[in-house]
Design a protein. Structure first.
Lengths: 232, 234, 243
């Protein structure tokens, strides 16, 4: 496991190519949207990143349950990798969402249910890392992390439902626009190509980064083991 | 000796253990009253600060009341949860509980009972006080129902997370950080439903929130019951 | 419930790891009924870890453990009924009285006829006068004695003590020893870790040394000339009384 496996290297290259193509499709190929102008193109990557965030979120939940049932530390490494990736990609999605919102609705933040839930999920992730940082014993750290992942994974969908209903009762007037502010528009076929290709690209990127990060976790473990052997 | 140990009768023993633990917490607290006085003083200070921070006229006061109440309960509740677990950790008492031949989840349920009791006591004092200070009638059966269900959800997840937090280095800070993001559904639902009842809405209009609270309470008690072992066993 | 005649504690190839660090490395340990084993060893050798595993508070990474005929960790609940544990923390509730503490633990152990039993135990540890006093007013020595009371309440077969003399002055230690002798006299099996070789010399019937993750030496008191416990210990660490 010392040299980067060929498969991973190939995947890296594929990702770069896919990303380049996706960028072209989003910026060049897809037509400009009538109402919002060019800034709407942020949407393609915004949704794709949020999608990756979701993948990571689900992966983390699954890894957490797997750890609790098997007590195998490998699942802990997978869980941390999933949470890290989800954290970063939700962050990118949120930032892109802000960039999109500003010119269109004259505000940096819309209290849109999905966006708000993503932000809350970020807070849960931050809490997750603070929890891990405060525990020395690796076994306890893994157990507590898995439990918190489970708790977070269950609470987020419920949070989403709560916020969504809240929003229907208390519509927020964003800037000078109407209450919806959820970026609704109809997609032409060309837009759909760009959209789905972005989703596909970022799914591959997710797999690539996930693999990298898990591998990194295992390597770090190996280093620790070797360190201890040398010290004895 | 006439009183040799009996073989463990697990199911009867479970309830006995739960009530013993709850009783122990309440008896100890009634003596020292440290936890309750801290929670009460804190709650009253929060209400006081809100009085100055939000300058409310008579009309907006009603809509803001439910929010203010739940912020108060949430923060005071954290104090209670922290203290209640800290007692077990500090003198190694948690080990004493773990050494007993009882199901680990009985510790969880015993703690929930006592933590709920503390929270109810605080709420029972804060509500009349708030009523007096702001001339709002808070003796509304719907409101009381929401407070009951919201507190249960809060304490159910709070007790689990407090048991984790107390075993980390940054104990006191850790609990709010872990708790608040995952308890948001309870807060939103409780504030909305409380506000609804105070404004005289019918039950059907706040039904969604009551359902949400019920779902949350049931799900998280079930989850906590299932994972509590992993938190306390090594 | 199958036990070899008289063997109460049986440990085979016990391994305990914390993450990547191995504390106990294939430890073997056997105690027969009625023995009082003093477990000695340098700091950090793993005595407390070992005792925590025996008390069912911690799970072994590998190995077999049987106590009073039950396996750990699979039959932990049954084992706990037969164990009494005293550590250097009192495990008592300061805001309750001595009586209330014992009442609480009695309920957890599902004991019947608690009140007479509590009186008996308080007598045994010499705290009958302080029955209705809050534990937070007790001196450390008294708390340790009450802790022993808590540990014998359910009349366990096996007792585990982790450095019980820690933080006690001479008088308190003497009182504690008296209680320990009473406790041991009733045919119980005792394992006690300690730093205090002089104290332990009187009480124990056997001396084991835990070093480098295994029991490196074990000897019955009768086989060591009086006063030579210290030599035995030092020699064991230097690998001379080796197993």
């Amino acid at each position: 496991m010392n040299k980067k496996p060929v498969g991973l290297l190939a995947l890296d290259i594929i990702c770069l190519i896919l990303l380049a193509v996706a960028t072209y499709l989003a910026l060049g190929f897809a037509p400009m949207e009538a109402n919002m102008g060019n800034v709407q193109k942020v949407f393609y990557f915004h949704v794709a990143n949020a999608w990756v965030g979701m993948l990571g979120f689900i992966a983390a939940g699954v890894a957490g349950i797997a750890y609790l049932r098997s007590q195998d530390p490998k699942w802990d490494i997978v869980e941390v990798a999933a949470v890290e990736i989800s954290l970063v990609f939700f962050l990118i999605a949120i930032v892109l969402g802000s960039i999109w919102a500003r010119p269109v609705w004259n505000t940096w933040w819309t209290w849109e249910p999905r966006l708000t839930t993503a932000a809350i999920t970020e807070m849960i992730y931050l809490a997750y890392f603070m929890l891990r940082g405060g525990i020395e014993d690796p076994n306890r750290r893994a157990r507590f992390s898995a439990v918190y992942t489970l708790v977070g994974a269950v609470s987020v969908p419920i949070t989403f439902m709560a916020i969504r209903f809240f929003r229907t009762i208390h519509p927020v007037v964003i800037g000078s626009q109407s209450a919806q502010a959820q970026g609704g528009f109809n997609m032409t076929p060309d837009m759909k190509v760009a959209f789905f290709f972005s989703l596909f690209t970022f799914t591959i990127i997710f797999i690539d980064l996930f693999w990298h990060r898990i591998r990194l976790g295992f390597l770090a473990n190996k280093v620790e083991e070797l360190k201890l052997k040398v010290m004895e | 000796m006439a009183d040799k140990e009996k073989p463990p009768a697990h199911s009867g023993n479970f309830l006995k253990a739960v009530f013993a633990i709850a009783w122990k917490d309440l008896a100890a607290e009634l003596r020292s009253r440290e936890l309750l006085s801290a929670m009460l003083v804190f709650a009253m200070l929060v209400i006081l600060i809100f009085n100055f921070a939000l300058k409310l006229d008579a009309r907006t006061r009603i809509t803001a009341t439910s929010g203010i109440l739940w912020v108060t309960f949430t923060f005071a509740g954290t104090l209670g949860l922290n203290r209640s677990m800290a007692v077990e950790k500090d003198r190694g008492c948690l080990d004493g509980l773990l050494l007993a031949p009882v199901d680990r989840s009985s510790i969880y349920f015993g703690k929930i009972l006592s933590n709920l009791a503390f929270m109810f006591i605080v709420e029972a004092i804060v509500l009349p006080l708030y009523s007096l200070l702001y001339n709002i009638n808070l003796f509304n059966p719907g409101l009381l129902l929401v407070i009951l269900m919201g507190s249960i959800g809060y304490i159910a997840i709070g007790t689990l997370l407090a048991a984790m937090a107390v075993q980390t280095r940054t104990r006191d800070v850790m609990l709010p950080i872990l708790l608040f993001p995952v308890v948001i559904p309870v807060v939103v639902a409780a504030v909305e439903a409380s506000g609804g009842f105070l404004q005289g809405l019918q039950f059907s209009e706040v039904g969604y929130w009551i359902n949400l609270l019920l779902v949350y309470d049931v799900i998280f008690i079930a989850i906590a019951f299932m994972v509590f072992d992993y938190i306390v066993e090594e | 419930m199958d036990k070899k005649s008289g063997t109460v504690i049986e440990v085979r190839k016990l391994v305990k790891r914390f993450g990547l660090k191995t504390i106990l490395r294939g430890l073997d340990f056997q105690v027969d009924q009625g023995e009082f084993v003093a477990l000695l060893g340098p700091n950090g050798a793993g005595k407390t870890t070992f005792l925590r595993i025996l008390s069912s508070l911690s799970r072994p990474s590998l190995g077999d453990i049987r106590i009073a005929g039950y396996s750990l960790p699979s039959q932990a609940a049954q084992v706990r009924q037969k164990l009494g544990v005293v550590s250097h923390l009192p495990l008592l509730y300061g805001d309750l009285t001595a009586e209330e503490n014992l009442l609480f633990f009695g309920k957890l152990y599902n004991l019947q006829h608690l009140n007479p039993r509590i009186s008996e135990v308080l007598d045994l540890v010499g705290l009958s006068q302080r029955r209705r006093d809050l534990v937070r007013t007790f001196s450390r020595g008294m708390q340790q004695r009450l802790a022993i009371g808590r540990a014998v309440l359910h009349d366990p077969e096996v007792m585990l003590f982790d450095e019980p003399h820690t933080g006690l002055d001479q008088d308190a230690c003497d009182m504690l020893d008296k209680v320990l002798r009473d406790v041991a006299a009733r045919g119980r099996t005792v394992v006690m870790t300690s730093h205090d070789l002089v104290r332990v010399e009187d009480l124990a019937t056997r001396f084991d040394v835990l070093s480098k993750g295994v029991i490196s030496a074990s000897s019955r008191k009768a086989d060591i000339r009086s006063g030579n416990i210290l030599n035995f210990y030092k020699n064991s660490l230097a690998g001379k009384n080796g197993r």
